[in-house]
Ligand binder design. Structure first.
Ligand SMILES: [Fe+2]
Length: 197
């Protein structure tokens, strides 16, 4: 059976986030990849007697969205912290689209940061809605609930506490959000936007 592969990332010298914290966080990502593969394997096994295993099959199937979305969300997140920080220039297509859809880049950034500060664990997301060709901000609680259907993820900010408490403590959440944007390699988001069209 085809397997999901764990991606490697080139993350170093981040502002605020230590190598140790990233190393530990990558282990969680690795777990999502392993469990996505494991669930598909287990489904194949359980299907051999689907009547007897109906309950187990339903339960494991229910877990797939959590593991798979956890894997993909982390790939976007870690990729955007890879290769060194770059800025988005006013002539970049993503910058122009943000201005078009949200009025101004700074206005969008302020509202995205505010979404990221939502109480509780989850993800702050910038999606591209392929149907209406527009950008949408969203807050996603646990990743199997609230992801926007058929929208491409352009920017994903992990706001689960495991992503920042090691370096920032729970009270440092706001600084983590600020530092995320300092560390961001916008060329990755630009690529995500290009590939989403
Ligand atoms: Fe995470």
């Amino acid at each position: 059976m085809q397997k999901f592969e764990e991606k490697k990332f080139d993350i170093k010298n981040l502002v605020g986030l230590s190598d140790k914290s990233i190393e530990e966080h990558l282990k969680l990502y690795s777990g999502y990849v392993k469990h996505s593969n494991l669930i598909l394997e287990k489904i194949e096994e359980l299907k051999e007697d689907s009547e007897k295993n109906a309950y187990a099959l339903a339960e494991i199937m229910r877990r797939f969205g959590f593991e798979y979305n956890g894997m993909r969300n982390h790939e976007v997140y870690f990729d955007s912290l890879s290769g060194g920080s770059t800025t988005l220039t006013t002539s970049d297509p993503l910058y122009k689209k943000i201005e078009e859809d949200f009025g101004s880049f700074d206005g969008w950034l302020a509202s995205f940061k505010s979404i990221a500060g939502t109480r509780g664990i989850g993800w702050a997301m910038l999606y591209f809605d392929r149907k209406d060709k527009r950008l949408l901000n969203a807050w996603v609680d646990e990743q199997h609930m609230g992801q926007l259907q058929d929208c491409a993820l352009i920017l994903g900010l992990d706001m689960w506490e495991h992503s920042f408490v090691y370096d920032y403590q729970p009270s440092g959440k706001k600084q983590y959000i600020e530092d995320f944007f300092i560390n961001l390699n916008w060329s990755k988001e630009e690529d995500n936007f290009k590939n989403a069209q």
